[in-house]
Design a binder for this molecule. Structure first.
Ligand code: HEC
Length: 117
């Protein structure tokens, strides 16, 4: 019985510790591959694809901590997972929930939070 309880406790703790152990450098790698075309190599919101897309509302620079403070972590997760259209923002911000795991999205949020001053 104790072993069963210990096993259940462990299973319950794993997702929590995975979320806490968000990996900034993994987030940076994902951002370089999937986000930089629009958000720029440094997250400044100056990606090369924006001009050709005719983006009316440029992304908020991730390097601007004051502006980024307007976004809760949950809001960042939502926009990355569901895309801009779901949040009545620009539909040019794609949804990544179908290609990135929750852990990868947590890594991206940790990376975004690590930027700027
Ligand atoms: C095809 C271009 C494009 C790509 C690729 C893209 N985004 Fe965006 N993203 C946008 C645009 C445009 C906005 C601004 C939406 C608005 O405010 O209306 C945006 C907004 C955001 C926001 C809200 C805060 C901000 O910067 O304005 C977050 C967070 C975000 N994107 C994260 C990501 C992440 C993480 C990736 C890569 C996994 C990514 N985006 C890839 C175009 C893109």
């Amino acid at each position: 019985m104790n072993r069963l309880i210990a096993g259940l406790t462990f299973a319950a703790l794993v997702p929590v510790s995975a979320a806490l152990a968000a990996d900034v450098s993994n987030g940076a790698n994902i951002a370089a591959a999937k986000c930089a075309p629009c958000h720029g190599a440094t997250g400044a919101g100056d990606g090369v694809m924006l001009a050709s897309l005719g983006v009316p509302v440029p992304p908020v620079p991730w390097t601007d901590k004051t502006k980024m403070a307007n976004f809760t972590d949950q809001k960042l997760i939502d926009v990355i997972t569901n895309g801009g259209a779901a949040l009545k923002a620009s539909p040019l911000m794609p949804a990544f929930g179908n290609q990135l795991s929750a852990a990868q999205i947590a890594d991206l949020v940790a990376y975004i939070r690590s930027l700027g001053k």
